[in-house]
Design a protein around this ligand. Sequence first.
Ligand code: NAG
Ligand code: NAG
Ligand code: NAG
Ligand code: NAG
Ligand code: NAG
Ligand code: NAG
Ligand code: NAG
Length: 451
Amino acid sequence: MGRMILYLSTLTLLFLLSPGLSYPLIKGKSNHTGSNLFPVTPPSLNVTGLADACTGEGFDAVTLDDQGAMHYFRGDFVWVGSHGPAQLINETWKHLHGPIDAAFRNHNKNKPLEHQRTYIFQGSSVFCYFEGSLLEGYPRPISQEFPGIPEHLDSAVECHEGECKSDSIIFFKDGTVYIYSTQEVPAVKQRQWAALGNCTAALRWLERYYCFNGINFTRFDPVSGEVLSARPLDARDYFVTCPGRGHGHNVRKNATLMAIKDQCSGQSFEAFSSDDKGRMYAFRGGLYFRVDSSKDGWHAWPLSHTWRNLHGVVDAAFSWENKMYFIQGSQVIIYLSDQIFIPVLGYPKPLKEELGVTEIDAAFTCPHSSDLYIIRGNKLQLVDLQKTPRSPGLEKQISHAQVDSAICNVNGLFIFQGPLFYHYNNVEGLVSSTELPKPGNITKHFMDCLS
Ligand SMILES: *[C@@H]1O[C@H](CO)[C@@H](O)[C@H](O)[C@H]1NC(C)=O
Ligand SMILES: *[C@@H]1O[C@H](CO)[C@@H](O)[C@H](O)[C@H]1NC(C)=O
Ligand SMILES: *[C@@H]1O[C@H](CO)[C@@H](O)[C@H](O)[C@H]1NC(C)=O
Ligand SMILES: *[C@@H]1O[C@H](CO)[C@@H](O)[C@H](O)[C@H]1NC(C)=O
Ligand SMILES: *[C@@H]1O[C@H](CO)[C@@H](O)[C@H](O)[C@H]1NC(C)=O
Ligand SMILES: *[C@@H]1O[C@H](CO)[C@@H](O)[C@H](O)[C@H]1NC(C)=O
Ligand SMILES: *[C@@H]1O[C@H](CO)[C@@H](O)[C@H](O)[C@H]1NC(C)=O
C-alpha cells in the first residue's frame, strides 16, 4: 500500500514537473517518406471546404487503427494522423456514416481473432474492422457483442493486461464507467469516476490513457480513474496540428532537428536498448524512439519525458534486473523500471567506479543474464554485474572496427553501425566470426520505413 501511494505521488510529481510530459503530437503511420510531425509547409486546413479539425469542437471518438494510424472522428468526418484533411467517414470505414459514438482498437492476445480489431459504436450497433474491411456479421447489436454494455455510448477505450488487471474495455456513458473484462466469461463492473468527468472520447496511446472532454483532454489512471494531469490541456496543442498552435511549431524549419526526429532519415543512432518488459528503445541526439510499438505510430521524445532529468546524448544503454543503465561520457545513471522510470539515488556516478572501465562505445546484456558485455573499438569485454567491485575481464577482438550500439534479445545479438546492423545468434557468434555477416538496414527492419 505504501508503495502504491509512493508510486502515484511520483507520477503526479513527474506530471507537475513537466506539464508537456509525453503528449502525442502524432502522425499516422501510413506514409513513412518523411517526418510528417513537423511539416515544412504548415498544413493548409479547410482547403477542401470540409470540416476543420482545429475549430475547438472536439471529437466524437479517437482511436488508433490496426496499422497504427490515429483517427479523429467528428460528425460525418474523420481526420487520419495529426494533420490529414477531413474525409467522409465512409471513405475509410466502409458502410459507416457519421456521427459515431465511440471507438477503440481491441487488445486481447489470448483471442488472436479479436486482437487489433477496431470496434466502432453507433447507437445500438457496433461495427468491427480489420485491415480496412468491415468484418462479416457486422454491424451487430451492442447487447450481443458486449452483453451488459449500454447503447448510445459516450466513449470507449481498450485497457491492456498489466495496465488493467486483465485485458478489458472501459466504456463511458452518462457519468458511469463500465469495465468489461474480456475473459473466458466476460464480466462487467460499474464505477463512478466523478473526478474525471464525462469523456466524450477516450484513447490509449503508448501505455497512457486519455479522456477527452470536447477539445480538452486529461490523462487518467485506467484502474482507479484518478486524474493524472494537473489541468485539462487543449488537444490542438498536442494531438492535432493546428496553425499557430502546438509545442513543436517553432522548430518546424530546423532541418537538422527534423532529420533527428525522423525515424526514417537514415542517421545513425547512438544507442539501442531493450528491457525485460520487451520494450525497445533507440536513442539519438537527446531524443528516443520506442521501437517495439510501431502499432502506436512513430514519435521522437525528449529523454526527460520518460527518464526524469536525463538530457543530452546517450553513448550506451542496457538493462539488468529491472534497472536501466545509461552511459553518458564517463558517467553512469540508473533508473528503476516500474510503471514509470524512477531515478536511483546516488547517480550519476563515474563509470570507473560502477563498472571498472573509463569509456564505452556500446554495452549490452542478454535476457536473464548478469553478464554485461562492453565494446570499445574492436574489443569486447565481459563484466559480471553480480560481483563487487566490478571489473572487466579479458579483451576479445571482434571484426567490427567501430560500433555505435548493440542489443541482445530473444532474437539474438544485433550490432549497430551507422545506418546498418549486423546479426549474430549469440556472443560466441560475434567473437568467433572472422568476417562481417551481411548487413541489414536499420530503418527498414527496425523503423518500418518503406524500401
Ligand atoms: C507520402 O507523402 C508524400 C508527401 O506528403 C507524398 O508525395 C507521397 O505520395 C505519399 N506516399 C504515400 C505512399 O502515400
Ligand atoms: C471549414 O469548412 C466548413 C465547411 O465548409 C465550414 O463550416 C467551417 O466554418 C470552416 N472552418 C473554418 C475555420 O473556416
Ligand atoms: C460515402 O458517402 C457519400 C454520401 O454520403 C457518397 O457520395 C460516397 O460515394 C460514399 N463513399 C463510399 C466510398 O462509399
Ligand atoms: C456527465 O453526464 C451526465 C449525464 O449526461 C450529466 O448529468 C453530468 O452533469 C455530466 N457531468 C459533467 C461534469 O459534465
Ligand atoms: C477546456 O479547458 C479550458 C481551460 O482549461 C476551459 O476554460 C474550458 O471551459 C474547457 N472546455 C471544455 C469543453 O471543457
Ligand atoms: C536545430 O536543431 C539542432 C538540434 O537540436 C540544434 O543544435 C540547432 O541549434 C538548431 N538550429 C536552429 C537554427 O535552431
Ligand atoms: C535503408 O532503407 C531506406 C529505406 O527504408 C533507404 O532509403 C536507405 O537508402 C537504406 N540505407 C542503406 C544504407 O542501404
